[in-house]
Design a protein around this ligand. Structure first.
Ligand code: UD1
Length: 378
């Protein structure tokens, strides 16, 4: 039986999670993968550039949800996607990561698709309909909107593909049945390996006058860091002191740019010696900056994982992480603006910890996901 699978893509960190899976499914003759872009991210450099770099064609379906408060954005995606689910009746909806569109599409499809299943036995589902890729991650910090999205998505999804052992353990602890959990590994590493040749061949670092291994890459966009003016001032001071030790390159997320502007901090950073502010970069250009960096300072989830895979020191400006493997096994450290300096000293002195790559972060995650889908649907 031929199957229709929706792959939900919404925001920048989603595109590198659906791309390898889309390419792997497109090679199979028993399934048609369809990309549904919710429109949560819509700027050219937050969305289209990633489709281009990751060799994805235009999304098949675009919901145009746009920005808004959490409830507004989530509700707009739900309302738009509900219509699509009713019309198209996909056999499976694959959601990735932890953004508002992840829970919105999960919730919208759960209310429609179970009801439409042909062989319902005592109202139990006889095959999985909603699958979550990157399931089981927990920061245990409910002030993070993403944590709420993760918990709610994992409760509803009936196939939970985890990237690492802690994901399995968290789900089992929450009472999820063992047979719903499949450890597939880290799909973002598939994107990185798929694009490695292009990343290495790019000259982003030279274009900005940066010496390989001689600069820091910075990304900051979490509301907890950039929405509070006092925190933002401290972060700017950190960047300026770091820039006295080595050049700093900082691709600025739209949320962060807006807040820097509102608090008259943008011009200060622009004028600071040693700091290069850039617009958000495409996947290949950004990864080229990371590949060649001496160290990374970030609050992103995905970059903690990419640096662990590449063995690059990563200083994460957050009190917690939903990706503990990057700390326990990898090259990541959690810190604050007050505690970061000794870590930078260690990195520059060559004394920073060496990491190892977690199991199944190997570029073959999409193949394991396809096997998992085939065993459920074909
Ligand atoms: C979202 C995700 C976050 C993810 C991040 C990556 C949620 C709750 N958050 O946060 O998990 O790490 O994406 O970027 O889903 N904006 C633009 N252009 C765009 C997109 C956004 O200008 O293409 C501006 C809008 O003014 C918006 C602000 O950036 O108000 C924040 O965007 P939003 O999608 O609400 O959340 P992110 O901070 O991007």
């Amino acid at each position: 039986m031929h199957r229709l699978i929706h792959l939900i893509a919404a925001a920048r960190p989603n595109f590198m999670k659906i791309a390898p899976l889309y390419h792997a499914l497109a090679k199979e003759d028993w399934v048609t993968p369809v990309i549904v872009h919710t429109g949560q991210h819509y700027d050219l450099n937050m969305s289209d550039a990633f489709f281009r770099d990751l060799r994805l064609s235009e999304p098949d379906i675009h919901l145009g949800a746009g920005s808004g408060s959490h409830a507004e954005q989530t509700a707009r995606v739900m309302m738009a996607y509900e219509k699509i689910v009713i019309e198209k009746q996909p056999d499976m909806v694959v959601v990735v990561g932890d953004v508002n569109s992840t829970i919105a599409c999960t919730l919208a499809s759960a209310k429609i698709l179970y009801d439409a299943l042909p062989n319902r036995i005592n109202y139990k589902v006889d095959r999985p309909v909603i699958a979550h890729l990157e399931a089981g991650l927990r920061s245990f910090d409910r002030t993070m909107p993403e944590e709420v999205n993760r918990i709610a998505t994992d409760v509803l999804a009936d196939l939970l593909w985890t990237p690492s052992e802690d994901g399995d353990a968290n789900l089992l602890h929450e009472g999820v049945a063992k047979d719903k959990i499949v450890r597939v590994g880290n799909i973002m590493i598939d994107s990185l390996e798929m694009m490695r040749e292009h990343i290495v061949a790019a000259d982003t670092c030279q274009q900005h006058g940066l010496m390989p291994q001689g600069y820091a890459v910075v990304t900051l966009h979490r509301p907890s860091n950039v929405d509070n003016p006092e925190t933002l001032v401290k972060l700017c001071e950190l960047l300026m002191t770091t820039a006295q030790r080595m050049p700093v390159v900082f691709p600025v997320h739209p949320r962060t740019r807006k807040n820097l502007e509102n608090h008259q901090l943008l011009a200060k950073l622009e004028q600071a010696a040693g700091i290069t502010l850039l617009d958000p970069q495409s996947y290949i250009n950004f990864m080229n900056l990371v590949f060649n960096a001496r160290l990374v300072i970030t609050d992103s989830g995905g970059i903690q994982e990419e640096t662990t895979y590449l063995g690059i020191p990563c200083l994460t400006l957050r009190p917690n992480t939903e990706r503990p493997a990057t700390i326990e096994q990898g090259t990541n450290v959690l810190c604050t603006t007050d505690s970061i300096k000794p870590h930078i000293d260690d990195i520059l002195a060559g004394k920073f910890k060496q990491g190892k790559i977690p199991e199944f972060w190997d570029g073959n995650t999409a193949a394991r996901v396809v096997d998992s889908i085939r065993s459920c649907l074909s």
